[in-house]
Design a protein around this ligand. Structure first.
Ligand code: ADP
Length: 462
C-alpha cells in the first residue's frame, strides 16, 4: 500500500514502480493532458502581449516591431499544433522527437512574452503598466505549477524562461526598485520550483498508488475467479462422491441390520452388527450433510419458500426427538400467542430445529431443553435453550464454521459431524433470516433463529 510517506517519490522513482505498459500509457496521458491544459495560457499570453503593447504606447511608437512580436507569437502557437496532434494519437507511444518537439514548442510562447515584457520594462521603466506586466508574469508562472506540474522539467523550464529576463531587467535598471524586482523574481522562482517539485511528486505517487490498486484489483478478481472455480470443482466432486458412497453404504447398513436381527446368531455377532450399523448411520449422516453443504456452497440449493406453520413444525420435531431425550432432561415447547405468519421452507426449518434441539439434548446431561416460539419485533424467533454443558468462548467464535467441534478427538464423548450448525446457518440465511448463539461453560446455551415475516424476495423489493 502506498502511504503518505511515499510521496517523497520523484517521478522517475514512481515511474520505475510502474510496469512498462503502464508507464507508456501514463506518459501519453500526461502529454495529452499538458497539451490540453496549455491552450488557455496561449491565448492569455497573446492577449496580454497585445494589451501591453497598446497600453504602453509601444504599438503606436514601433508598429513594425509590435507586429513582428505578435507574428512571432502566432508562429509559436502554430508550432505546437503538429506536436499536439502527434501527442494525441490514442494509445500510441510517443518517441523522443514528438516529446522533445512539444517541449520546445511549448516554451516558444513564454520566451516571446519574456522577451517582449523585458523590452517594455526597459523601454518604459516608469510607466504605470510595469506593475501590471510584473503581475502578469507572476500569474503566468504560478499557473504553471498546476498546468504543467505533472511534467516537471517543462514546468521548471517555463518558470526559468519567464523569470530570468524579468530578473535581468531589474539588474540592468540598477535602481533600488529594479534590484527589488530581481530579488522578488529569485525568491518567487524558488517558491515556484519547490511547489512544482511537490506537486509533481504528489502526482506521480498517486499515479503509482492508482496503478498498484488497479493491479491489485485485477489480481483479486483473478483470485476470486480461481477460488470460485475451485469451490465449484470441490462441490461437484463432493456431490459425485457422496452419491457413490451412499449406494454401497445402504447395502452395508442393510446387511448389518440383518446380522443384528438374526435371532440364532451369538450375542457377540449381533452386537458387532449393531456397531456396524451405528458407524454406518454416522457415515450416512456425514454424507447427507456433506451433500447439503456442497449444494448450498455451489448455489444449487433450491428452497420452497411458503407461509410456515411454525407451531406445527416445532411440535412434530419434539415428537420425533422424544426417544432421544435423556432420562434426567425435560424437553418443553413454549409458544407465545399470537404468532404472526412468517415465511421459510418447512423442510429446511425442520432440519434446522432438529439440529439445534438434537445438539441441546446431546450436550445436556440433566435439566431442561426449551424450544420457544415468539415474535418480539419484525421477525419470528425460534429459541432453543438448554441447561447443558455450555460452550467455551474460544469455540463460540467459530461455532458456525464447518467441522468445528468442541471435542474433535477420535475418543470424543459425543457423536456428531461438526457440520450441523454450519448447514443450519447457511439455510437460515438463505431463507432471509439469521441465527445467533449465546452460551457460557457450565451454564447452558441458547440458539436463536430469526425468520423473516416476508419471504426474502418480497422483503428486498420493499
Ligand atoms: P455436531 O455434529 O458436532 O453437533 P454441530 O455443528 O451441530 O456439529 O455443532 C458443533 C459443535 O458445537 C459441537 O460439536 C459442540 O461442541 C458445540 N455445540 C453445539 N450445540 C451445543 C449445545 N447446545 N451445547 C453445547 N455445545 C454445543
Amino acid at each position: 500500500m502506498v502511504e503518505f510517506g511515499d510521496l517523497a517519490h520523484t517521478s522517475a522513482e514512481a515511474r520505475a514502480g510502474l510496469s512498462a505498459a503502464a508507464e507508456i500509457e501514463l506518459r501519453n496521458r500526461v502529454r495529452e493532458e499538458v497539451s490540453r491544459r496549455a491552450v488557455p495560457g496561449m491565448f492569455a499570453i497573446v492577449f496580454g502581449t497585445v494589451a501591453c503593447g497598446v497600453l504602453s504606447g509601444h504599438a503606436a511608437d514601433a508598429p513594425g516591431a509590435f507586429a513582428g512580436v505578435v507574428a512571432a507569437m502566432a508562429a509559436a502557437i502554430l508550432a505546437r499544433v503538429p506536436f499536439i496532434r502527434s501527442l494525441r494519437r490514442d494509445g500510441a507511444q510517443c518517441d523522443w522527437r514528438d516529446e522533445g518537439g512539444f517541449f520546445c514548442a511549448a516554451l516558444l510562447l513564454p520566451l516571446a512574452w519574456a522577451g517582449y515584457s523585458a523590452l517594455l520594462l526597459l523601454s518604459y521603466p516608469n510607466h504605470w503598466l510595469s506593475a501590471g506586466i510584473l503581475a502578469f508574469t507572476a500569474a503566468m508562472s504560478s499557473s504553471v505549477v498546476i498546468t504543467f506540474g505533472m511534467w516537471r522539467n517543462l514546468a521548471l523550464a517555463y518558470i526559468v524562461l519567464l523569470m530570468v529576463p524579468t530578473a535581468a531587467v531589474g539588474m540592468l535598471l540598477g535602481s533600488n526598485l529594479g534590484l527589488g524586482v530581481t530579488a522578488g523574481c529569485l525568491v518567487f522562482s524558488y517558491y515556484l520550483v519547490s511547489q512544482v517539485t511537490n506537486w509533481n511528486r504528489f502526482f506521480w505517487s498517486s499515479q503509482l498508488a492508482n496503478a498498484h490498486l488497479e493491479r491489485r484489483t485485477l489480481e483479486l478478481a483473478a483470485a476470486k475467479e480461481a477460488a470460485e472455480a475451485a469451490s465449484r470443482a470441490k462441490s461437484d466432486f463432493l456431490t459425485c462422491m457422496s452419491h457413490e458412497l451412499r449406494t454401497p453404504m445402504n447395502a452395508v447398513l442393510g446387511f448389518a441390520q440383518l446380522i443384528e436381527l438374526t435371532a440364532d446368531q451369538p450375542e457377540e455377532v449381533r452386537s458387532n452388527g449393531r456397531e456396524i450399523r451405528a458407524a454406518g448411520r454416522h457415515l450416512m449422516a456425514l454424507i447427507e450433510e456433506l451433500l447439503d453443504l456442497s449444494r448450498i456452497e455451489s448455489g444449487q440449493l433450491t428452497l420452497d419458500l411458503q407461509p410456515l406453520d411454525l407451531h406445527g413444525i416445532a411440535g412434530r420435531v419434539i415428537e420425533t426427538l422424544h426417544g432421544a431425550v435423556p432420562p434426567a432432561v425435560a424437553l418443553e415447547l413454549e409458544v407465545s400467542d399470537p404468532l404472526p405468519q412468517c415465511h421459510g421452507d418447512p423442510l429446511r426449518v425442520r432440519q434446522v430445529l432438529v439440529n439445534l434441539v438434537g445438539n441441546a439434548l446431546k450436550f445436556t446431561p440433566r435439566g431442561r431443553v426449551t424450544v420457544s416460539l415468539s415474535a418480539p419485533g419484525d421477525s419470528v424467533q425460534m429459541r432453543v435453550r438448554d441447561t447443558g454443558i455450555g460452550i467455551e468462548p474460544a469455540l463460540l467464535e467459530h461455532i458456525f464454521a464447518p467441522f468445528v467441534q468442541g471435542d474433535s478427538s477420535p475418543t470424543r464423548h459425543f457423536d456428531g459431524t461438526g457440520l450441523g450448525l454450519a448447514i443450519s446457518r447457511e439455510l437460515v440465511e438463505a431463507m432471509g433470516g439469521r441465527i445467533e448463539v449465546s452460551s457460557a461453560p457450565g451454564a447452558g446455551s441458547e440458539f436463536v433463529v430469526h425468520l423473516p415475516l416476508q419471504p426474502p424476495a418480497l422483503a428486498s423489493s420493499g
